[in-house]
Design a protein around this ligand. Sequence first.
Ligand code: CP
Length: 307
Amino acid sequence: MKKTQQRQHLYSIHDLSRADIEIILDHAERLQAGTINHSTLHTGKIAGLCFFQHSTRTRAGFDVAMKKTGGSTTCLSATREVPHTTFTESLDDTLRVLSGYCDVLVVRHPDSTMLQKAMEKAVSPVINAGSGCEHHPTQALIDLFHIRKKFNKLDNLRLGFAGNLQSSRATRSLLHGLSYWTPKEIRLLAPVGYSLDTGDLAGIPPDTITQYDSLIAEDLDILYVAGLPNPQEQPAFSAETRTIFQVNLETAAKMPLHSVIMGPLPRIDEIDRALDDSPLATFFDQSDDGLWVRMSILHFFLTQHNN
Ligand code: CP
């Protein structure tokens, strides 16, 4: 794996160049194809998994990716390490200490600014596993990998993003990653007041961006279901809004036969379960791809001082 330059941490997808992204995707492709023996890739290495927010895919995915490549993991889960409790250690100190024990840290945190600052103190590479509403670079790499696998290209595609885009770090990071290529259309499909700001779309040519307050999926190559998460929390979207933005067999019937329906998951009711067996529904395949991409991300950062 050849690097374009040394990179200590992965905070934002913009910490990677287009060439870096292609290196990570190419390596993941070889791992998935079995042309590289992955079982001893990270023998003797330890990843620290520090999750200060809930996670299923990212946490378990990095855990398994590390173990399947011969490495091991240590996990932070006790409340002592969670900020805003009565016994709080600063994130800076926590990451500094753990980075002294581990070869790489994978960290999810609700506050992007706090995480970015704490990364500066770490003495081994830190991978942002999702922070605030802003950054989810490893999810973006998984998404780019899946799109490239399905379409054999990242240019000239029509992509729709559906749901509460304002709080979707996965959407932001994927759009920032896509800005290294040239999309044909970026269609933002969000309830009024829950779309993205123009600042989130920097790098995407303005004449390719369209906005709707309903689910207009016709002619899309990719419908990315960002979702309307957390019905028990604010903002709680009405049943009517959830119905308008639910992706179902009717939505799929309006999309081209070659198109795909993706999403970072989890879902509540944003993707109707009746859609799961549709050939357009590739979100579980996308989630499966994540294992190989996470192996490749770990390798990129674990070997950065050796190449
Ligand atoms: N896609 C994603 O980040 O899922 P988790 O929150 O389960 O990690």
